[in-house]
Design a protein around this ligand. Structure first.
Ligand SMILES: Nc1ncnc2c1ncn2[C@@H]1O[C@H](COP(=O)(O)OP(=O)(O)OP(=O)(O)O)[C@@H](O)[C@H]1O
Ligand SMILES: [Mg+2]
Length: 255
């Protein structure tokens, strides 16, 4: 019987520097497939920095340095041979502020498909519909696919960004505080969506919202000052954490 979850992503002794500043320190952790993993910790502890190591998002800036390994399906992606564009299709990213492109709803999704070499209009149309359905947005937008995406509400825009990531069939999606700019109803829609998506993609989510982490994640990692303090089943982290720092943070008695 298979009891262990397959590991989709893994870090080994990962350090990350902005210039001389060491922002992520010696992190070794594994991300099982088809789970939602939450990254929590106080502002400035390195959550975003760690998340951006997973799809080499930092490469777009000068003066940065990685040390150690990030293994994606057992292959180190911190090597010169890694095609970062291709990697970002397989490991998609959703930010705090919805970031649709200033084009129509369908073009937002077609864009990534074309980059991936899927240019046939019929195939694009099918994939756009599928992605919008997966992102629970189809019913709200199917009659205005050629309208500008900026006309959507914030919550709809965030689901469009998720559809855009899903259309290129990623194995992992990274979420950096995806609901912090949204109202409670849009937030619960995104949370519901994330819980459904984990059957097809693995999810890593940064959140400041403890209830959100407790509601939607299977495992939770607590970071402090760039270090991984504790990483365990979410229920354990929120009820009986091993580390005192973790306990102080999750019970709101920090600092
Ligand atoms: N571009 C940068 N150059 C230099 N230092 C940076 C840069 N971006 C972040 N840092 C520093 O790296 C550390 C980690 O920052 P990071 O943004 O990863 O924290 P975070 O946990 O995501 O915080 P928040 O919850 O506020 O988003 C902080 O000390 C921050 O000041
Ligand atoms: Mg951050």
């Amino acid at each position: 019987m298979k009891t262990e979850h397959e590991i989709v992503l893994e870090t080994k002794d990962l350090n990350f520097y902005y210039g001389k500043k060491l922002a992520v320190k010696n992190i070794t952790m594994q991300f099982p497939k088809n789970m939602v993993i939450a990254l929590i910790g106080p502002s400035g502890c390195g959550k975003t920095t760690l998340l951006r190591c997973f799809n080499r998002m930092h490469d777009l800036y000068k003066g940065i340095k990685y040390e150690g390994e990030v293994l994606f399906h057992n292959e180190n992606i911190l090597t010169k041979e890694t095609d970062a564009t291709q990697l970002r299709e397989q490991i998609g990213m959703v930010f705090q502020k919805p970031t649709p492109f200033p084009m129509s709803i369908s073009e937002n999704i077609a864009y990534g498909l074309s980059l991936k070499g899927i240019k046939n209009k019929t195939e694009q149309k099918d994939r756009i519909e599928k992605a919008l359905k997966e992102a629970a947005l189809w019913d709200e937008v199917h009659d205005r696919l050629d309208k500008n995406a900026n006309g959507l509400s914030g919550g709809q825009q965030q689901r469009l960004v998720i559809a855009r990531a899903l259309a290129v069939e990623p194995s992992v999606i990274l979420f950096d505080e995806p609901t912090s700019a949204l109202d409670p109803i849009s937030t619960s829609k995104i949370e519901e969506l994330i819980s459904e998506l984990k059957s097809t993609v693995s999810i890593i989510i940064v959140t400041h919202n403890m209830q959100q982490a407790a509601r939607i994640s299977d495992k939770t990692a607590f970071l402090y000052l760039g270090e991984l303090i504790e990483y365990n089943i979410t229920d354990k982290i929120f009820t009986t954490p091993d580390n005192e720092l973790t306990e102080r943070y999750v019970t709101g008695r920090f600092g």
